[in-house]
Design a protein around this ligand. Structure first.
Ligand code: ADP
Length: 138
């Protein structure tokens, strides 16, 4: 069993795709172990996206991710990191495999519906960043 952090990004919230996207994960057998709605601050985003904070597109990304409230969730399931990333599709929605969440609902390489952790280690670190231990029901 692995744990992953997903974030329903502002575009997912505004286009009302949260239920549809979450249904895919529940149908695939993943279990929700933590959930909260929040508005992402520049400080939190800088931590969360520290691996790309020096990229030229980062200011635009920070603006987009902080533009509306989001829902952060921790999911648990077999091989969760790879399986959730596979269901999500490539970062650029235009290049994501047909049928994936990003190919179906995303717009481009920034406006792409959902964040999902990319390693077991990052999953645990990201869950700890967004949730206190008593908020995680695992
Ligand atoms: P992923 O979300 O697929 O793990 P990254 O960690 O590389 O991808 O990037 C984090 C987020 O930054 C992406 O989901 C996307 O919203 C944004 N992003 C990545 N690359 C670009 C880019 N070239 N231009 C604009 N936004 C980008």
């Amino acid at each position: 069993m692995e744990k992953t952090l997903i974030i329903f990004k502002p575009d997912c919230m505004q286009k009302k795709h949260v239920g549809t996207v979450l249904a895919r994960f529940e149908s695939a057998g993943f279990e929700i172990i933590a959930c909260k709605m929040l508005q992402l601050t520049p400080a939190l985003l800088r931590q969360h996206y520290s691996h790309i904070a020096d990229k030229p597109f980062y200011p635009g990304l920070e603006q987009f991710m902080g533009s509306a409230p989001v829902i952060a969730m921790a999911l648990r399931g077999d091989n969760a990191i790879a399986r959730v990333r596979e269901m999500l599709g490539a970062t650029d929605s235009r290049k994501a495999a047909p049928g994936t969440i990003r190919a179906t609902f995303g717009v481009d390489n920034q406006v792409n519906i959902l964040h999902a952790s990319d390693s077991v280690e990052n999953g645990l670190a990201e869950i700890a960043r967004f949730f206190k231990s008593e908020e995680v029901f695992a």
